[in-house]
Design a binder for this molecule. Structure first.
Ligand SMILES: *Cc1c(COP(=O)(O)O)cnc(C)c1O
Length: 460
């Protein structure tokens, strides 16, 4: 299995190389040269299997010879052992034909754990084998950083530095980053906003001397390994509802398009997915694009579903690549136009996108109303992101079973949930002492060289 860039000019890589590299050297994103398919029989055989067994069957065709079967099974088992639910991704029935896929039983209570935990295991195994060590640096507005720290804590071949905006993440998110005690993980509070953190990370990757010196690596949402791990729960949920003998539709609360793109891969692999519905909050660049064919940047407005507050959706480039029949040159041109504000998708590619994805949007008021209604009518306390999802899903319901992805636990966003319902969402018992654990925070000015000095000092 070989991996190619969405912009057509970067070296072709193996799975291991693509995973360790992240962004391609031509600025593009890695995708498999061909998408492997599973037969109806192979999909049917997943019924009744454990999440781990399904994960092996789904991911194995993509990893080439990076790991032996026995090794890969061990990594999968370790990755999901820390989850707080035996099913890993349980499905809850909301209505006769509407289901909630709970993706928040991982160690940091958001779906990003599904990908980050297995990425942590795969990095450690691949690096240990080659005797290498890397420094992972990332910026976070909350969920990605905590998931990365939780996934890499205590591993030998990796140091992790997460930059977050000081005083601008929720208390639960901050504590999840600052309370792990292992000395290979570092939460760095930057005096600035999320864009400043992201700019600092980008500058470090562009500082080639520094990049070399500390062996910089990234695990942001464009990493192919992360997308791949998210394909698994489309299979596990669809099979439990009767696939491959029955079509299933999905609504996905969307920001950087990684989660919903994993649904597209599942469909290409042979899973009978009818509709894939992109749900956005009022930062609705994706919804507008699917309505009009024009991808145009506007500012970002903060919402109660902050993990979906985006201006540009990084993984959308992968969707464009397939809509343009894998024409990397055209994708590169559109991405160049994006620098000056936006681009218009050609008629054929726009049609292809519309055949693959539907979309909808929830306002702040609609989101709060959905949180309130779903606890009253269906007994489910939703986080604001999942509430955006169910609101959009309702508008698309037909005779096909609808699965909405619940991307975070309500206790991760207690203020918004309490404002909508007057219920304070409690943390699960296994992390009930989060507010008592002591924190380790390094605060730093919004200054590149100060940040680089901290990283150099800590890894030596
Ligand atoms: C990251 C995140 C999203 C958006 O997922 P994408 O893959 O970026 O589209 C939605 N909800 C929550 C809670 C998240 O953490």
């Amino acid at each position: 299995m070989r991996y190619i860039s969405t912009r057509g000019k970067a070296p072709v890589l193996t799975f291991e190389e693509a995973m360790l590299t992240g962004l391609a050297r031509d600025g593009g994103l890695y995708v498999p040269e061909t998408i492997p398919t599973l037969t109806q029989g192979q999909i049917a055989a997943m019924a009744g299997q454990s999440y781990e067994d399904i994960a092996f069957a789904v991911m194995r065709p993509f990893i080439g010879d990076t790991f032996t079967d026995a090794e890969f099974k061990t990594l999968i088992t370790k990755a999901y052992a820390g989850f707080g639910h035996a099913a890993r991704a349980p499905l809850v029935q909301l209505d006769s034909n509407h289901f909630l896929l709970e993706l928040f039983h991982g160690p940091t209570l958001a779906f990003k754990d599904f990908a980050m935990q297995i990425i942590g295991q795969m990095f450690e195994a691949a690096l240990t084998r080659s005797g290498k060590r890397v420094t992972i640096v990332g910026a976070t507005s909350g969920d990605t950083g905590s998931a990365a720290i939780e996934a890499f804590r205590g591993l030998d071949a990796v140091d992790v530095f997460i930059l977050y905006p000081h005083n601008r993440v929720s208390e639960v998110q901050r504590r999840q980053m600052t309370t792990p005690t292992e000395d290979n993980v570092h939460a760095i509070a930057v005096d600035g906003d999320f864009d400043d953190c992201q700019a600092a990370v980008k500058d470090m990757f562009n500082d080639f001397a520094f990049r070399e010196e500390v062996s910089l690596a990234g695990v942001n949402s464009i990493n192919w390994g992360r997308v791949l791990a998210q394909v698994v729960y489309y299979f596990s949920s669809a099979v439990s509802l009767g696939a491959p003998g029955r079509d299933i539709s999905y609504t996905v609360p969307t920001g950087n398009f990684g989660d919903i793109f994993a649904g597209y891969i599942a469909k290409q692999m042979g899973l009978p997915i009818k509709d894939l519905i992109v749900a956005t909050n009022r930062n609705d660049i994706l919804h507008r694009t699917l309505e009009t064919g024009a991808y145009t940047k506007e500012g970002v407005t903060p919402t109660i579903s902050p993990s979906m507050d985006i201006q540009v959706s990084s993984n959308f480039e992968r969707a464009l690549f397939y809509a343009y029949d894998q024409d990397g040159g055209t994708v590169a041109g559109q991405m160049e136009d994006l620098k000056s504000g936006g681009f218009t998708i050609s008629q054929g590619a726009y049609q292809a996108l519309k055949e693959t994805y539907k979309s909808g949007r929830a306002s702040e008021k609609e989101t709060a109303t959905a949180i309130k209604t779903y606890v009253a009518k269906h007994g489910e306390l939703l986080c604001p992101h999942s509430a955006v999802g169910v609101h959009v899903a309702e508008a698309h319901q037909g005779s096909t079973p609808m699965v909405t992805l619940a991307t975070a636990h309500p206790a991760k966003f207690p203020a918004a949930v309490e404002a909508a319902t007057n219920i304070h969402p409690p943390l699960p018992p296994r992390m009930a002492d989060l507010y008592e654990r002591s924190e380790r925070i390094t605060r730093v000015a919004n200054d590149l060289s100060a940040i680089q000095t901290i990283i150099r000092d800590r890894i030596n």
